[in-house]
Design a protein around this ligand. Structure first.
Ligand code: GLU
Length: 499
């Protein structure tokens, strides 16, 4: 018999902008936990704050999650046709479509006198705040409207006065056990009578999150540490509704920090998933990198596939201290992941970036074929830090002629004669290599044999002749990429500079 509760976790972004790297980390944690426990990964869109709502943001956030490989099982998804749709039995999953549900629960609290209507004007609240500030008291609503009689309330409603609904914080203490931060206890007297419904009829986050997590049968809540201070208010709402027994487990995650140990922000450069995508980072690296921000695998292993992350994920390995966002580490991880990929995959991923580059756009047709680009990728693979880098450091590969002069071709203090002789030798040696023997390995062997112990004298002029550059990959690799015909032509051109 299996009476274990099905694990259900949700990621609940507010559509207020791009998916931040911190948001992706929360989503990934939910996803790993769900996969590890054969659970369900749900996406709910928390769009009740209409002042911060950004059109199209929900779709972009979900796209970025899907790009990263976080498949959503239930809730808001993007279907095959690119439309935002909802799937699952607990919908709607977009909070603005659930107003009638929140209303019902707010009314319940009002009837049970666990909440009250507040008609205080913004001016009054501001005055109160200023006075409290002057007396160095924490800002808190003074409960003026909690004491209104039924008749007074009705009169104000009839007069068309705007109101909000506040939750009446009961006396006592509130406790909960966070899976990362442990036992947490607060005196209710320190909590404000929070607004649960605004004058526009929209619930606040605090109410909506509790009602939805309960109705959607969420078992575990993963979210950023900035919400820890709100959690006692949520616990009190669960108690007010009589749901404490079914309250989800809370798991707050430490903030992601910048190098100065401050919360990572836009000032620190790219922080949105879209930025990293645009910069050409592979999703494997981004996922690996953020997984280890705040989660310690407790082994020497640093490079993980998604499958390995799922296998090794454990809440017990989550850190209380914030992980530092180190861009160099991301670059290193990215390089390691790219090293492991097939060239065909790198080709597919890098082509869209390449197509934006002038050196590619201006290249002759024969330097844009798939075979040719794959050869470039083959020799660049171990040094690529992202998909946007293909060809960047070796733009000569995209040209159809190479300009050289004697000075570039000259190795150290060699004479013109020595340089020319070396090039002639390279010409003869390479001329004798058949097309089918024109492989990376063969070329290396043949040219190294020909160089003997005079490597610089022989290989430098050849490399310079093929690339026109002071720095480039080895002459064997370059000869292999550009092929026999061009190799011979470029060597002949170089020889001609001495005539
Ligand atoms: N909508 C909230 C946010 O975007 C969700 C917080 C939560 O997970 O409870 O941060």
């Amino acid at each position: 018999m299996n009476n274990k509760k099905e694990i259900r976790v949700r990621f609940a972004p507010s559509p207020t902008g791009e998916l931040h790297i911190g948001g992706l980390r929360t989503a990934l944690t939910c996803f790993l936990f769900a996969r590890k426990n054969n659970g369900t990964f749900i996406l709910r869109s928390e769009d009740t704050d209409r002042t911060r709502f950004v059109k199209g943001a929900a779709k972009r956030q979900i796209k970025d999650m899907q790009w990263a490989g976080l498949k959503i099982d239930e809730g808001v998804i993007i279907d095959k046709n690119g439309n935002l749709v909802e799937v699952g039995n607990f919908g709607p999953y977009i909070q603005s479509k659930r107003l009638h549900i929140y209303k019902k629960y707010v009314n319940q609290l009002l009837e049970e006198k666990k909440a009250y209507r507040c008609f205080c004007t913004a001016e009054r609240l501001e005055q109160m705040r200023e006075q409290q500030q002057a007396q160095k008291l924490p800002p808190k609503y003074d409960r003026k409207c909690a004491h209104l009689s039924q008749e007074e309330v009705q009169k104000k409603i009839n007069a068309g006065k705007d109101y909000v609904v506040r939750f009446k914080i009961p006396k006592g203490k509130t406790t909960f056990d966070d899976l990362v931060y442990g036992h947490i206890e607060v005196e209710n007297s320190t909590l404000d009578d929070q607004i649960i419904m605004k004058s526009d009829g929209f619930p606040t986050y605090h109410l909506a999150v509790v009602v939805d997590d309960y109705l959607m049968k969420i078992t575990h809540i993963f979210r950023g540490a900035e919400w820890i201070a709100s959690t006692p208010k949520h616990v009190l709402l669960y108690e007010a509704f009589g749901w404490r027994e079914n309250m989800p487990a809370f798991c707050h995650m430490a903030n992601i920090l910048d190098k100065n140990k401050k919360k990572l922000s836009k000032r620190d450069g790219s922080v949105s998933v879209a930025d990293f995508r645009k910069e050409g980072y592979p999703k494997e690296a981004v996922i690996n990198f953020i997984a280890l921000l705040g989660w310690n695998p407790k082994t020497q292993q640093e490079i993980f596939t998604m499958k390995e992350l799922v296998e090794q994920f454990d809440i017990a390995k989550m850190n209380k201290a914030g992980g530092v966002f180190d861009r160099d580490r991301l670059k290193w991880m990215s390089k390691e992941h790219i090293k492991k990929m097939s060239v065909a995959k790198i080709y597919k991923e890098s082509l869209p970036f390449l197509q934006q580059k002038d050196y590619y756009k201006n290249a002759p047709k024969e330097n844009k074929t798939k075979d040719y680009i794959i050869k470039i990728i083959t020799i660049e693979q171990d040094r690529l830090e992202n998909f946007a880098m293909v060809g960047q450091d070796n733009q000569f590969f995209f040209k159809n002629s190479i300009e050289v002069d004697k000075e570039l071709l000259r190795w150290k203090d060699n004479t013109d004669k020595q340089t020319k002789t070396a090039l002639e030798k390279a010409h003869t040696v390479l001329h004798n290599v058949s097309e089918e023997n024109w492989t990376r390995e063969n070329l290396e062997k043949i040219l190294m044999d020909a160089a003997g112990d005079k490597r610089g004298d022989f290989l430098w002029p050849l490399r310079a002749a093929l690339t026109g550059e002071k720095r480039s990959p080895s002459p064997f690799d370059c000869a292999w990429v550009i092929g026999k015909e061009k190799t011979i032509l470029y060597i002949s051109n170089a020889i001609a500079t001495f005539e």
